[in-house]
Design a protein around this ligand. Structure first.
Ligand code: ZN
Length: 147
């Protein structure tokens, strides 16, 4: 592991430790949390907003990851939560997902959905889009704001 990788690894470790410490409902193993640094604020804000709703202990986050350029935030306890709380949590997650679609995964600057030459879909700012030699792929994600 080179120095840059080591620093990144340490930083990531800190992010996860902090998240798990601050929010008891983030109980999943660390390997179930996998999001780029540009989205860390979104994830932390989302957890903060959920914690302000004081969910019961049945609410447990099982996975936080990126898939096809989108933020995925999975949780358990769905059948045990009251309807209004479920609706509130779901709406907060939807808001975070929409924000992630407009936020560079690498640096957190405003971004758009892009496609790498390999076909990989991700969200990038102008700089990171260039760096990855990626093309704009907003067209394939037109449905993203409708769900
Ligand atoms: Zn960027």
């Amino acid at each position: 592991m080179n120095e840059q990788d080591r620093l990144m690894f340490e930083k990531y470790d800190q992010f996860i430790n902090n998240l798990k410490q601050k929010f008891q409902f983030v109980k999943c193993p660390r390997y179930n949390i996998s999001v780029g640094e540009g989205w860390w604020n979104i994830v932390e804000n989302l957890c903060q907003q959920i914690s302000e709703l004081s969910p019961p202990e049945q609410f447990q986050v099982s996975q936080i990851k990126e898939k096809f350029g989108g933020l995925r935030f999975y949780w358990n306890g769905y059948s045990e939560l009251k309807e209004d709380l479920k609706a509130q949590i779901t709406s907060l997650i939807r808001k975070a997902e929409s924000e992630a679609y407009k936020t560079c995964q690498d640096c957190g600057n405003p971004g758009v959905i892009c496609r790498k030459p390999s076909g990989w879909i991700f969200v990038a700012c102008e700089n990171h889009q260039k760096e990855e030699n990626a093309e704009n792929a907003e067209d394939i994600f037109l449905f993203k704001d409708t769900k």
